[in-house]
Design a protein around this ligand. Structure first.
Ligand code: DUC
Ligand code: ZN
Ligand code: ZN
Length: 475
């Protein structure tokens, strides 16, 4: 007689990135131990009849507890951020460990681990942000940290104190090549943004809606092309994050058609918001200020096309939350009235998947299996977590989201668990909602209740990116 399971998820429809089938899921010691019918006894049986049983969402682009400038406080720490993520059907998030200039990477990581330790409801795995590529960082810290499982890092082409020169980008890229790490790029042309911002301010055009005017599509298209060219020169794979429009998407598609290992990510704000949504809101337009900014309907269509056709591998939230009605939030510091001072970023970790499910699967733009790939499996593959994460397969961690595909919800701030005091997606009606989230066999959220124990979430070290490892120098 087979050993009893800790939990059986019974009667649901399992979907993976490639298949959909009816099966019960037997879980033992935090892992998936069996898939099939009549699995026998378990301590806990979860009735999933009429429900979808999916790999838990992996959101590979979130910001929690990140220093954001004098007097500004991010609205989510690891506790509230991972709680909101769990309610949104996620079982693992990938936050950034932001290196501040003058601080070493090890010290930065120590600080972020201290913020996360014992405070996570779901699993986390850090990316690094390289803002100060000193010889010590490039020659010692970064290679050592890749070896310890921090196998992806982000570089910025804009923002004072973050932007790297092309030379520095090439230096970081070549460390990625040597170590098999994957570089993520925030692609916007810093000089062009500064030029346009000064011009707008001189003309008195300082309301939040001019944030979008200061970062037009050409700013992103040019930087995307440049990042791709630098990656080609360094012969290294690269992930262009938060792609907002068709022209940037076309650069990625062009690179892919030439056989380059160039990958892309887009986010909910580029599918359901436009720059017009900032208009007419006056200062409340600050609620939608993020970079790159939302664009227009043609850009939304292009981003859908990128998801449907595989130009984009990952769909992430870029959750970067601030409060609006708060002296430490969107409108600080007081007296600085230009859009230039509005902290960039919007919340979205809890709404990412219902929006993609409803607008994507519900409207026939993507299949259920594409949804699983874009929301979970591809993130695991890109960032070296597969097959432990992002899969419903024997031996994988039992990281599972159970969805009610029929549940109709109108997104509203009242329903959400993040630390922001608003959602940019207020009033959007969706069909399909995650009802249970389980991390390594333990239920974290069930029927709208948080039932998990704070601290169950752990940091997960990773293998090298399979794409990056393929071109990297063998160790
Ligand atoms: N870039 C991000 O990646 N996230 C939020 C804001 C930004 O500019
Ligand atoms: Zn970015
Ligand atoms: Zn981001």
């Amino acid at each position: 007689m087979a050993a009893k399971f800790d939990t059986i998820i019974r009667g649901g429809t399992v979907a993976t990135a490639s298949e959909t089938f009816a099966a019960d899921v037997g879980i033992r010691a935090g892992r998936i131990a069996a898939l099939g019918d009549d699995l026998g006894a378990a301590d806990d049986v979860i009735d999933a009849r009429g429900k979808l049983v999916l790999p838990g969402g992996i959101d590979s682009h979130v910001h929690f507890a990140q220093p954001s400038g004098p007097g500004i406080v991010m609205a989510d720490d690891f506790e509230s951020g991972t709680c909101a993520a769990a309610f949104g059907g996620n079982t693992l998030v990938m936050p950034f460990c932001m290196q501040e200039r003058g601080t070493g990477l090890r010290q930065s990581l120590k600080d972020y681990h201290a913020k996360a330790e014992g405070r996570c409801h779901i699993d986390v795995s850090f990316h690094l942000v390289i803002s100060d590529p000193t010889p010590q960082v490039l020659g010692q810290e970064l290679p050592a940290l890749v070896g310890e499982g921090y196998t992806s890092f982000k570089v910025f082409m804009t923002y004072a104190d973050l932007a790297l020169t092309d030379f520095q980008m090439l230096e970081v890229f070549s460390v990625a090549r040597e170590t098999g790490a994957l570089v993520m790029v925030h692609a916007e042309n810093d000089d062009a943004i500064r030029f346009l911002t000064e011009k707008l301010e001189r003309a008195g055009q300082t309301a939040p809606k001019f944030h979008a005017t200061s970062r037009p599509i050409a700013v992103e298209r040019e930087a995307t092309h440049r990042a791709i060219s630098l990656a080609e020169i360094a012969d290294v794979p690269v992930m262009i994050v938060h792609v907002s429009n068709g022209e940037a998407m076309e650069q990625i598609r062009w690179a892919q058609s030439r056989g380059l290992k160039v990958f892309g990510e887009t986010c909910p704000q580029y599918l359901v918001l436009t720059a017009k949504d900032l208009d007419g809101l006056n200062m409340e337009g600050a609620k939608l200020v993020c970079s790159p900014p939302p664009r227009d309907e043609a850009s939304q269509k292009a981003c859908w096309l990128g998801l449907e056709t595989g130009v984009f591998q990952t769909f992430s939230s870029d959750h970067c939350p601030f409060r609006y009605d708060d002296p430490q939030g969107k409108l600080t510091p007081k007296g600085r009235t230009s859009f230039r001072w509005v902290p960039n970023g919007i919340p979205g970790v809890e709404t990412r998947l219902p929006i993609l499910f409803s607008e994507g699967v519900g409207r026939g733009r993507i299949t259920l299996n594409q949804f699983v790939a874009l929301s979970s499996t591809n993130h695991a593959r890109m960032y070296g977590l597969l097959p432990r994460k992002g899969a419903i397969a024997i031996g994988s961690d039992a990281d599972i989201a159970i969805w009610d595909p029929e549940r109709e919800v109108t997104i509203s701030q009242d329903l959400l668990h993040h630390g922001s005091d608003y959602t940019p997606y207020e009033g959007i009606a969706v069909k399909g909602w995650p009802v249970t989230t389980m991390v390594r066999g333990r239920v974290v959220t069930r029927d709208g209740e948080l039932v998990g124990k704070l601290g169950h979430g752990e940091h997960v070290a990773r293998d090298k990116s399979p794409f990056a490892a393929a071109v990297g120098v063998p160790q």
